[in-house]
Design a protein around this ligand. Sequence first.
Ligand code: SF4
Ligand code: SF4
Length: 407
Amino acid sequence: MSGDIATAMYYINRCSKCGSCREVCPVFSEMGGESWVARARVQLASAAIKGQINFSRRFMEIMDSCLLCMACVAHCPNSVRVDRLVLWARQEAVKRQGLSLIKKSILRNVLRYNHRLELLVRLLAAYRATGLRLSRKADLFPPVRVTPFRPHVKTLKKASLLVAYFTGCMTRYVYHQTGLAVLDVLSGNNVQVVLPEQFCCGMPALAAGDGQTVYELARRNVESIMKSGVDYIITDCATCGEMLKSYGELLGGDAAWDFSRRVQDISYFLAHTVDLRDPAGKLPLVVTYHDPCHLKRGQGVWSEPRKILATIPGLALKEMAESDRCCGSAGSFCLTHYELSMKILKRKVENIKATGAQTVVTGCPSCRLQIEYGLNQAGIFIPVVHTVELLSQVYSLTDSAAGITCS
Ligand code: SF4
Ligand code: SF4
């Protein structure tokens, strides 16, 4: 996904140095100096490839301060993939200097093995249960569950489609309610779900420049999930969805390309692939929608969640300003660049507040966690939910009235 030197040079040569990216880069708008904008990252990557500069601490500080939000890419008149150049730089740095001990331990010794990841999650749950908070950042650690999401999946008598549900780490360990909603909505639309063994999608490793781990996780996911012979692979996580769709390009080969072509975000799947059952119940609620970067710019999915919300009787969508501006989460960025991330989040919270909405809806669990944190810090106590949770909620109103049950 991050590409080789030839691909990097292709994008570098496309940059006309026009500076349009300054208008949209959230990091530049908070930091203010030329070093922090996409254009500078392109020029730095160019100088590094030509051997004019080395992978110094300052060079990596600039490359590591990118959110990979792709706002610059969408706005660039020359379609320069700045995100790919940044990923290339991070991967090159790891090749030359290796990973730090902590990154190496987590990415190579934990993330690749589900049982070790579960153990880490249990330790995190135990830490949270003590009520101890070593820093303000501690609340940004997800409120993890002791037991991972292992639901009973209903077998349908005559399903129209068979899908594998890729839950992603956040639904598996944090937002079980999203997982249950996905299962309810899919079975309520006559779609049979299976949950084959699956591993982290690899995005944390990709963002850290650990190409080896990304490759290994992608290979294991393709091997395990393709065995289930499903029509589609569905995910509720914007970040996982974008990553899974890149496996074909990353691994090459028929199986990986076939895998990538079958991946659909849940909102895309409901809007395009199934004949979505209209809810009959009513949900009188004013909501606003936050577009995750990896869903709108990463996968071109932005009208679909709005279409789904529009099917819910009684629900009113009040659009926030800059709904597709990054919330500042960007995986572990909110922990490694806490102050900067909070400045970016503040603008998102202000935009949400201005709508007067009763609920925030989004399609990415990482954005959800970050927005929940920002709203709590600002004393705004409104729920943040996944699109599919509202659909499940309104279905359950009708189904319970009609005596229909979904497991
Ligand atoms: S990255 Fe795109 S928008 Fe930014 S300076 Fe280069 S050509 Fe212009
Ligand atoms: S990806 Fe986002 S943070 Fe990175 S340079 Fe582009 S606009 Fe800025």
